[in-house]
Every structure is written in C-alpha cells, then in structure tokens.
Design a protein around this ligand. Structure first.
Ligand SMILES: *Cc1c(COP(=O)(O)O)cnc(C)c1O
Length: 374
C-alpha cells in the first residue's frame, strides 16, 4: 500500500463543494493542543466569524464536532423532550429525518407535507399550528438540497413566534449561499454544515441558539439524552471564561479549515457572496437552455446554489453522471427519493460558484447529451 492521492474533481453536486487551496493549506498547519491558549484564541475568532455568517449576536454559536446531521440532532435533542409536539414541514428528503429525530425522542411529530419541488405552504403550516395548541417547536428546511427549493424562512419563523413555538431551521445548504438573517427573522435554533456553501471540508456543523432557545434548554425537565451533543456540556468547553472544561478533543485542524473558509467569506462579504451565487445560477440556467435542459423548480423558489435539472425523456441519467466524472472530472448529484432518476442536482456552492464551473458543466453535459442523440 502507498499514500492515497485523490484526483482533482470539480465538485458540482449537493456537497461537498470545492475546497480552496487556502483552506486546505490552513488545515495542514501544525496540530496544537485544544486547550492551548492560542487555540482558544482561534476558537473565539471562529465564533465571531460564525456570528457574521449567521447574522446574529447569539452567545451560543459554535461548530458541532460532526457533520450537518449532528447539528440537526443537536437542535432536536436539546430542545425537545418526550411528550412534546413538534410541527415539521416536509417538502423533501431532509424533513423525514427531522421526523425520525422527533420520534426517537419520544415526542410527537405533526407533519405538514408539500410535494417535492414545491416550497413549504405557509397557510397549511399556520393551520397546523392553530389546530395544535402548545406545540413546542416548528421545524423546517430553509434550502431543500434534495429538490433545489427555497422556503420562506422569515415567514415561517414569524409563524412560530406568533404561536409561542420555537423555530428549528435546517440551514445546512443555505448558510453562505442565500440570505439567512437569524436575528432579523427571529430564528431560534439554526444549524448548518461546513461542506456546502462555506466550502470547508465536511465534518463540522455550525450551530446557533437564540436566548429563547437557551432558556428552553435550561428549563428542561429531563437531561438531554445525548451526552455528546448536550449543549450545556459543550458550552463549558466553547464558552468557559479562562479555564475551559474538557468535553471532547476538538477536531483541531478541521477547525483551522473552517476558520479560514469563514475568513474568506467575510473578506468577500455576505451580500457579495449571495450576489455571486445568484449570478452564476442565472448563467447556468441560460447555458442549460442552450442544450435543451430545464429546471424542476418554479423560478420564484429556485435555490441558486442547488439546481434541480430535469432529465430529458429517454436519457439514462446515471450513465451521464458517470461519464461526467470519468471523462470530465466533474461530479454532479442524482435525484433522491421520489425524484431519483428524474433529476440531476447541480450544486454551485461556495467556491464552486464560478462562471468557469458553469461553463465546464454545461459544455460537458452538452457533449454527453449530443453523443446520445448522434
Ligand atoms: C447535507 C444536508 C444535511 C446533512 O448534512 P451532513 O453534513 O451530510 O450530515 C442536512 N440537511 C440538509 C438540507 C442538507 O443539505
């Protein structure tokens, strides 16, 4: 056996997104102790950078030491207790995972379902909140990566507030790609992932809790069932003043990478990054039209960072993806769940959102589809 040398692949799927050399270089810097005061200084900066990205002043803003799914689980296990009722809006694959989390806690999910490819229906959500007084939380996915749909997070968080419920927001794919104004919208528990629009390697889940969410955590009747994800314990490590209590060994070099990726995001500026995502999305839509391809989602609900492209009649979608990877070194995603075989998912996330990425994938798709017709 010898060292593993992966090929250079242009990552235009649903995540991971391309990681800049600058971020990879940061990760290769010397590992130091996770209680070393210089590391602790970096952690403080990292929390500040996360607050910039989330547009929040929330004290409890940390990266969970595990991927986005752990951020999801952390939000649910810390806020929800057995017997609670939770309204879950599902319009794609990830809402089903929220439901699974709630069931495993021993709480009751109240589902509001919308078809894959459509945004969450606000009226149906409001009706569910009205019909179920005393709901503990309203949970939804802001940017559905499985379908390429954006839902109205501001309106959904407002509905939660009006009904005395906490909002739990999956922002795994939205953070860094489209506006996510945690404080202005009054979001309570929001989690994300490092490998989507932030373009750091996978393995970390930025998370932020409002004061209201922290109060709910502190007034629990039962201990958080997960020791590892218990934010009360995690906070003693990330927030202890001076002496920080050991909880688990932080993924030190991964945190260097996230720090660097967030620094790049801040240097570009939030609004500039959002505009770039939108611009390259429009370039992709125009390019796809020239080769006869159309998007699944109505224009008003399209995510710029995740484009669900309809597979034309008679085309073997798997064969096209395989050829993109082997002949062009481009990775795109397949459809999930009921959209399997029906769509491709082209991610233009973070550093992957460039004019060059768009032109390369449109050219390669054109070749693959042309070859089929010939
Ligand atoms: C990717 C993703 C997740 C899961 O994140 P992992 O890092 O793969 O665990 C959750 N929700 C959404 C919307 C996602 O796109």
């Amino acid at each position: 056996m010898t060292s593993f040398h992966p090929p250079e692949v242009l990552l235009l799927g649903p995540g991971p997104s391309p990681v800049a050399k600058r971020v990879l270089d940061a990760m290769a810097r010397p590992t130091i102790g996770h209680l070393d005061p210089r590391f602790v200084g970096m952690m403080d900066e990292l929390k500040e950078l996360l607050r910039y990205a989330f547009e929040t002043g929330n004290t409890l803003t940390v990266p969970i030491s595990a991927p986005g799914s752990a951020g999801m689980e952390a939000a649910f296990v810390n806020l929800i207790e057995a017997g609670d009722k939770v309204v879950i809006c599902q319009n794609g694959v990830f809402g089903a995972r929220m439901r699974e989390n709630v069931i495993r806690i021993g709480a009751t999910p109240i589902m509001v379902n919308d078809p894959f490819g459509m945004p969450i229906d606000l009226e149906k959500t409001e009706a569910a909140l009205k019909a179920n007084p005393g709901v503990k939380a309203l949970a939804f996915v802001h940017a559905e990566t499985s379908t390429g749909v954006e839902s109205d997070a501001a309106a959904l968080c407002k509905l939660a507030q009006e009904h005395g419920a906490l909002s739990i927001v999956d922002a795994v794919t939205s953070l860094g790609g489209i506006p996510l104004r945690v404080d202005a919208w009054g979001c309570d528990a929001v989690y994300s992932g490092s490998q989507k629009c932030l373009s750091a390697p996978p393995g970390l889940s930025p998370l932020t809790f409002s004061d209201k969410a922290v109060a709910a955590l502190k007034s629990r009747k039962t201990p958080v069932q997960s020791w590892f994800l218990d934010l009360g314990l995690v906070m003693n490590y990330w927030q202890g003043s001076g002496a920080r209590a050991y909880h688990h060994t932080a993924p030190i070099n991964m945190l260097y990478a996230l720090h660097e990726a967030l620094l790049m995001f801040k240097e570009e500026g939030r609004e500039a990054a959002f505009a770039r995502h939108r611009q390259n999305h429009l370039r992709l839509v125009a390019g796809l039209a020239t080769i006869g391809l159309d998007l699944l989602v109505a224009e008003s609900a399209r995510l710029p960072q995740l484009n669900a492209v309809k597979v034309p009649e008679g085309v073997d979608e798997g064969a096209v993806r395989k050829r993109l990877l082997t002949d062009f070194n481009i990775e795109i995603g397949a459809g999930l769940g009921e959209l399997a075989g029906k769509i491709w998912r082209i991610g233009l996330m973070g550093t992957g959102s460039t004019a060059e990425s768009v032109d390369r994938v449109v050219h390669a798709l054109g070749v693959c589809l042309g070859a089929r017709r010939a």
